[in-house]
Design a protein. Sequence first.
Length: 427
Amino acid sequence: MDKTIKPIERLHGQIDLPGDKSISHRVVFIGGISGGNTSASNFLTAEDSLRTVSAFRDMGIDIEIKDKNIMIAGKGLKGLRKPDKELYLGNSGTTMRILPGILAGQNFEATLTGDESLSKRPMDRIIEPLRKMGVDIHSKNEKGFPPLVIKGGIIKPVEYATRVASAQVKSCILFAGLYAKNVTSVTEPFISRDHTERMLKFCGAKISRKHLTVSIEGKAELDGKKFFIPGDISAAAFFIAGACILEGSDITIRNIGLNATRTGFLDAIIKMGADVSIKKRTENPPEPYGDIRVRFRKLKSIVVEEKDIPLLIDEVPVLAVLASLAEGRTVIKGTGELRVKETDRIFSITENLKRMGVDIRAEDGNLIINGRKKRFAKAALNSFKDHRTAMSAAVAALYADGDCRIKDIECINTSFPEFFDILDYLK
Ligand code: S3P
């Protein structure tokens, strides 16, 4: 399905957003293997998080969802049962990369499959550490892409250094570490989002961090808990970006996750001069959250360093939109991981923004953008079937000099089915 976006004047109003996608997945991962009932409010009911729900249901876990409340009847660390079919995970890289850590400790074999995009995403990054832990896991093709076949069993602890900073890889190893005797540790090159660590600790796991190394003690049963899932900062980023480019905008987004390993986008735009204020901040474990108010102010360019990329990895496409209108030359360094997301996001960003008249190029793993002084040129845009590319294109189109048509917009349902309703509300 295609959609035409008309330019608008400004965004204004107050909104709440659906729950954070990363936290919603983890509520199900943890709830499904904890020793009691887990419940959460503001659960994200989008395609991706519902893939994790159906995988756990297929493995015998009772999960009830009413409105945005979820209830999971955990059956303990080893309580999953063999699914009677392959587990289809759609577009969800988070499920494909983290679930194997849990399956590593079960007593059965399972096959995980995904859609066309997920079937081209690298899985060797979890296959290698899991094999070091003694897990029988392989990809059904030579390239290390899904489908994955995993047979759980006895697991050895490992001390593993990841090549890339990836919360998915780190989480997979930490979950597997729950099933190993003694201590398993993961060291990353740069810090990535730490929801797994916070949430496992909240549920009673013995887990600690020293610099870039996280260690977990195996064999501790998890407690069922009650969670509030803060609004998704990655979803908020699209409206925040809209408010930054449309003169006269003034929006407030309530109860948004403010975990420091996720707020790299806010830090970046504040450096660019954005008018951002945070109110009602709460620090209660496991996750901090608060209200974010953003008012229009003209932005200037910045340099984003490689170490900061994991803190805003999903926001690079929309940050590129902002950089396209900022004064000066923005350089976003170390963007290699963007090449292996739901689509090659370096290609999708540069392609769409070039069509809109932006001077943008990808060079040696860096993205270089020269800000323009006028509205985007109206253009035919493409989501490349990637939700974040689609929403970034939609935000840019709000400040174009005419109508823009975006191809294949339905991929937005992967993470944010309410996106256009909320956008309409803010107009
Ligand atoms: C996620 C981690 C990130 C992010 C993805 C969700 C998670 O991926 O891009 O959207 O929930 O752990 P990587 O860990 O591969 O960078």
